[in-house]
Design a protein around this ligand. Structure first.
Ligand code: AMP
Length: 129
């Protein structure tokens, strides 16, 4: 079971944003920018391009709804999309609100984000869904 499956199962806490029957969204615990959100399929698959065309498409449509809420909740120009997958072997999309290119720098994460601020960000995004 991946760490993301344990989060989805409620065994590990997260700052949850949204879920439907197939996908789950929560804040990245080490955000590159405030509002950095992960979109994960509930079905475990390591590599995103091993998802079926249908599941990949549905995941992107789910991400689109979450991105719209992020864009309304967090002042930004656009919500950027990245896939890395080098750390957690469970396919996921990173959504990051962007004002400039540097806001998507994965070598420069926010250090020690406070739980209060993370809770506040999650609530602000959720309120826009
Ligand atoms: P990658 O697999 O390279 O896309 O990186 C995995 C991402 O998951 C990183 O940005 C981590 O900060 C994030 N991450 C790892 N564990 C957790 C967790 N328990 N809750 C939220 N995000 C996590």
């Amino acid at each position: 079971m991946t760490i993301f499956s344990r989060i989805i199962a409620g065994e590990i806490p997260c700052y949850k944003i949204a879920e439907d029957d197939r996908f789950f969204a929560f804040l990245d615990i080490n955000p590159v920018n405030w509002g950095h959100t992960l979109i994960v399929p509930k079905r475990e698959e390591d590599y995103i391009f091993d998802l079926s065309d249908e599941e990949l498409g549905a995941m992107m449509v789910f991400a689109k709804k979450v991105a719209a809420a992020i864009k309304e909740a967090i002042p930004c120009r656009k919500v950027g999309v990245t896939v890395l997958g080098l750390e957690v072997p469970h396919a996921h999309i990173h959504l990051v609100p962007l004002k400039n290119e540097g806001d998507m720098n994965f070598s420069n994460k926010i250090s020690d984000p406070s739980p209060e601020k993370m809770k506040q960000i999650a609530a602000a995004i959720t309120a826009k869904l």
